[in-house]
Design a protein. Structure first.
Length: 159
């Protein structure tokens, strides 16, 4: 028969092992996501909200503020009809606008042949645009010659 002290020691040891496993798992996830570079206008609050959304979802984000966003978009080949308020680069992909972290993670896992993802405009309820009644919007996968839906979202959740 085990005594109370032995039982406590076993539970404490198992708890530490479980804790370490969880910490290692989260560390591995954070290390597998490449850094994302964001260009935004210094006066844009919704862009900062999107950056925070990415950070809450495990991305390491660097931000460059510039008033000349049209030059950034041209440099990355963002089609005018897909333009939004901020532009990012991750693992050789372009991310334009309020794209949910979940869609970026899927893009990185699937690695489709494309320039990147975009959420045209600024849909209410998209990451960084919270407030009001969330709209359903498309995340668009775009290349040099084509565009197609990569998923429909409400807020940051796929619908």
């Amino acid at each position: 028969m085990t005594n109370q002290a032995e039982l406590f020691t076993r539970r404490a040891t198992l708890g530490l092992i479980a804790s370490a496993g969880i910490s290692l798992a989260s560390g591995v996830h954070a290390q597998t996501l490449p850094a994302i570079k964001v260009w935004k206008d210094p006066n844009c609050g919704c862009c900062s909200g999107w950056v925070e959304h990415l950070r809450r979802n495990g991305f390491v984000v660097s931000v460059t503020e510039t008033a000349d966003m049209s030059t950034v978009k041209a440099r990355f080949g963002v089609p005018t009809e897909l333009a939004s308020c901020h532009t990012a680069e991750i693992a050789e992909y372009v991310i334009e606008g309020h794209v949910p972290a979940q869609a970026i993670t899927r893009l990185l896992a699937e690695k489709p042949r494309a320039l990147g993802l975009a959420v045209p405009g600024m849909p209410i309820g998209s990451p960084g645009m919270e407030g009001g009644t969330p709209e359903i919007y498309d995340v668009v996968l775009f290349g040099k010659a084509d565009q197609r839906s990569f998923g429909r979202y409400r807020g940051d959740a796929k619908v």
